[in-house]
Each structure stands twice: as C-alpha cells, then as structure tokens.
Design a protein around this ligand. Sequence first.
Ligand SMILES: C[S@@+](CC[C@H](N)C(=O)[O-])C[C@H]1O[C@@H](n2cnc3c(N)ncnc32)[C@H](O)[C@@H]1O
Length: 235
Amino acid sequence: MPLPPGLDSYELLRSLEPSHDLPGYYHLRIKKDPTGLPLLAPGGAPQSTPIDTSAFFGAAGPIEIEIGCGKGGFLVEYCERHPDLPFLGLEKEPEIAYFAAGRLAKRPHLKHARLVLGDAFHFFRDYVPVNTVQAFHMYFPDPWPKKRHHKNRLMAEPFMEQVRRAALPGARFYWGTDHEEYNAEARALFATLPWLSLEQEDAAPTEGIMTNFEKKYRKQGKPIYRCVLSISKNS
Ligand SMILES: C[S@@+](CC[C@H](N)C(=O)[O-])C[C@H]1O[C@@H](n2cnc3c(N)ncnc32)[C@H](O)[C@@H]1O
C-alpha cells in the first residue's frame, strides 16, 4: 500500500473479532473507515491492546502458541493430549485457518483451544501480553526461497523481539523446517540472541507429533531441521 501523503511510515488499526459461525475462531482485521479505507493509528504508534488471556481462553495460566499452524494437524493432536491447556493457533490464510478452526469446532472438549486468522507478527506485538507464553511452536514456516523475498520471512529479529516480550522465563521455543538455508539463517539469528539458548539439537517431532507438512516432507525423504531453545529473561 502506498504511504498516505505527508507520512514516512504508518501503523494500521486492527480489531480482534469472534467469527459468527465457528466457536473459538477469531479474525484479526484491519479496521476500515466507512469508505473502506484502512484506518491509521493516531500518531503512527502501534496499537497496544493485550488480551485478557483468562477471558480469551476461558482458562487461567500459561499459554502456548503455534505460529503458522496451517490446517491444524499438530494443533489438534497436541491439544487432544493437553485438553486443559490454553492453546492458540495463528494462521494468516483464510481458507486454511477456516479449515483448522472447523477441526477444533468438531472437538468441543478442547475448550481452551483457539484459532486466530491473522498475521502472527501483529498479533504478537499488539495482542499477546508480556510474560504469558510458556511454549512457542514454529514448524515449517514459509521459506520464501528467493533472495529478494527473504524480507518476507517471519523468522527475523523483530519477530523474535516479540517472542522475548511475550515469553515467560524458561519458556521453550520449538523450531522446525525442511529448508536448509532458512534453517541456517534462523540458527545464526538464534545464536546472536543472548536470552535464547539451545536446549536440544536435532530434536524429534514435539511429543512425537508431526505436522501436516512434516508428514509430507518425511515421505519425500527430505531432511528436517528441528531444534528446541529455551528463553531466559535475565539477559
Ligand atoms: C508451510 S506452511 C506450514 C503449516 C504447518 N505449520 C505445518 O507444518 O504443516 C506455513 C503456514 O504458515 C502460515 N503463515 C505464514 N506467514 C504467516 C504469518 N505472518 N502469520 C500467520 N501465519 C502465517 C501460512 O499461511 C502457512 O499456512
């Protein structure tokens, strides 16, 4: 979107709205004026509208978040094993998010699982409160393989700064990809972050649960790069 005249940079206003048809499914939307134009945040500052996690998940306590959950293969299996856990899947593609939300809706016993359709960076920055997340799951994020598209990669320092802010001390960060070069770039970034330490190299799928993409890639015989990191808030 071109910058409005007179502005060097701007921030858009967003709202988080429950969907009308599926329980536990929310849309992170850009707010628009009556003519359909996006609303700019006053002063250009990012909005800060942290959710009340107890109210949002219907359960108190530490939460876990899957970033780019796709069709929800991991989310559903993991939540089945931890039915009392407040767990959030974030997915930016509407059809994919709707599919994953449909799978959750068919499992009403997973009372504290939620799905948000929206961009993970903005959701973290504007909606996830500080010191609330005990585990981050990031599996097979879009690799944007062409060099000129690397700027679109979610795994980058601004995103990890939001992870640090949202994390509880001792929180875990689970990372997995099939993309060698993206993995190397991510690992180089992790190594520069003093608050992040490598806990497990060549990790197995978390609790033995493979994601949808992982099943496909393993069948194709592709190498998979996984690790587990832990987050300290003292550095
Ligand atoms: C390659 S797929 C992997 C899906 C799933 N994690 C798996 O392993 O089967 C990456 C997913 O991340 C989603 N995604 C990419 N960027 C995102 C962002 N900024 N916020 C939320 N979801 C995102 C994509 O729409 C896609 O569904």
